[in-house]
Design a protein around this ligand. Sequence first.
Ligand code: SF4
Length: 480
Amino acid sequence: MTTFEPVPTDRDKPRDECGVFGVYAPGHDVSRLAYFALYALQHRGQESAGIATCEGGHITTLRDSGLVSQVFDEEKLRALYGDMAIGHVRYSTTGGGSWENAQPIWRDDGREVALAHNGNLTNAVELWGELKERGIDFRGTSDSEIMAALLSSHGGKTIEDAVEQVMPRLEGAYSTVVMTKHAIVAFRDPHGIRPLSLGRLDDRFVVASESCAFDIIGAELMREVHPGEMVSLTERGLETRQVVRGVKRSSCVFEHIYFSRPDSRMEGNVLQQSRGRMGEILWREAPVDADLVIAVPDSGNPAAAGFARASGLPRDDGLIKNRYVARTFIQPGQELRKHGLRLKFNPLPEIVAGKRIVVVDDSIVRGNTTRQIVGMLRKAGAREVHMRISAPPIRNPCHYGVDMSTREEMIAHGRTIDEIADELDCDSLAYLSMEGVYEAIGGSPEDHCDACFSGRYPLGDPEDANGKFALEDIAVIPAS
Ligand code: SF4
């Protein structure tokens, strides 16, 4: 039998982890609120989506592979009702993309819980072993199910007590939302690596990975959940506990550069604006004689606008993106391969021909798409192609919930900037400095993780961290 690999459409970008959402709002249509919040968080994961609701002490969970709009329809949403809901969109970071690993995860090992998690536990294998010794079985292979099992089997009187005692045992990155029959509890790892925000919806409260999920449902951003903090949303309203104190904050700097939506607010910035500043600083650090600035859409747009603003160069859309592109399993075939399949981008010769073009993008991982883009622009008649990247070179993998290929696959691994420019066949190449990134976001390496750029891992030796499929290596999964 021939097996087909999906045709890669976006593998040149780091793959975002997951998006989480939770709402406690009796009297509101909570499943519809969760649906639209997840719709706004879709960029954080396209492999699976799920919603769990609780009505009268009964938790119902619906999750499946696919986009939010593919998994849910009117009928399914109507079957999900109650006083509270949590939701999840997923791209797998630990565990494969199988259905068993779709979230919210439901477990009842003494306490019924539904759980949605964004991040990656670096001591998952150790915790899994402990739970197995206690006779706890798993259906899937994700670190999120380990967290669900720890909380579900914990003897603490309330879910808040359970979280308080389980949190110090968890290592790595976790922004987690848990629902029981009585409460929604959200907690964030002590380093605050992955984002988590708190909002208000009328007199009730919501939590989400990004504030764009609040905007779409008419909720208002209150603040971020603090690193090491637990918030609980119940009939009593909002209660918070600072579970772990005194740990150095290490928020993911890449959320500012690429992952989060440009209209999300994070650490006091609207990301569209800080990305624009990255473009301005990039011009200051690496100016170039050129005729036109174009972006690699859509993620390069804000930085390209900033670059054009600072340089005074005109800006136009020289590359058009197919906005509806998703992974396809249809193989292009010999003929299309020969001509070069323009699956994602199409250049406009009328805009670029005869010009010296500056192409602004936010990041390069493997370089395949960038190389294709440079080739396309040359074929469309561009006289020179200068690449400007609004982040430093990516040279190290992420162990905290982002999939960005192995070190060996990264184009910047073991290469100088000139060598990368040669590989990409561009006339010049420049990356924004790490200092430039921090200047743009008004932050510092003291309170951020920038390990994929710098190799400085805030949680210690990366070699100790579990790989994406660590649990698959040890778990025996029954054939379905
Ligand atoms: S390694 Fe990179 S992507 Fe991962 S948390 Fe750190 S900054 Fe973010």
